[in-house]
Design a binder for this molecule. Sequence first.
Ligand SMILES: [Zn+2]
Length: 241
Amino acid sequence: MKLSRVLVFAAHPDDETIGVGGTICRLHKEGATVRVIVFSAGGGGVPSGKEEIYDEESVESIRVDELDKVSKLLGFEYRVLGVKEVINRRSIIKKLVSEIRDFKPNLVFTHSPNDSHHLHRAVSECTTEACWHSMTRAYGYLGEPWRVDAVFFYEVFDLLPNPTLLVDVTSTFDMKLRAIGLYSSQIEVFPGIIGYVKALAQVRGFFIDTSYAEAFTQSSNPIIWRDRCEVYPRQEVCTYV
Ligand SMILES: [Zn+2]
């Protein structure tokens, strides 16, 4: 599988870093072009006790500024769709098909369908459906059909029970922690986030005998990806579509 173009869908700024930050940075260093598409600027992320200081619009502005700094650190380009409520309907599918056909990703990362957050679940559903629509001849006016090689779900605060891909991110984990730190507005909302991210990466790393790893699930194909920027499937990965 080529990994030259990688698309990451995130409900809010910071989801991409918590779930895929080390992998994004590693892919960038190894020559891939990574684009992150953020749905909502995250106006709900107002810390408790600060409601009178921050309204939703000012928090959105702060979070997009943070996203911009993180994008430069980890090495990705980004777009913010400005969609606060994600509902699986024609308008959002068309927007996503257009984005996929425009960027032509080989690999897509998106939220898990079993996430507790309604927006994360909605993003998961809409993006995986859009990957399917994108390869069909439907919506011909949105560009030529594009087939994504594989879609992987990432974890934020709900752990994946049976990950099928573990990526060694030891070489980029310092950058990931620095990126989490750049989302300073959200550290007030999730004060233990740095410790959580570090501990989870150590747990994931344990299973592939490395210091830090990120875990993903893609259908039922067991894959271990460790030392090189390649995917080692036991079965053909492209069975996703
Ligand atoms: Zn989120």
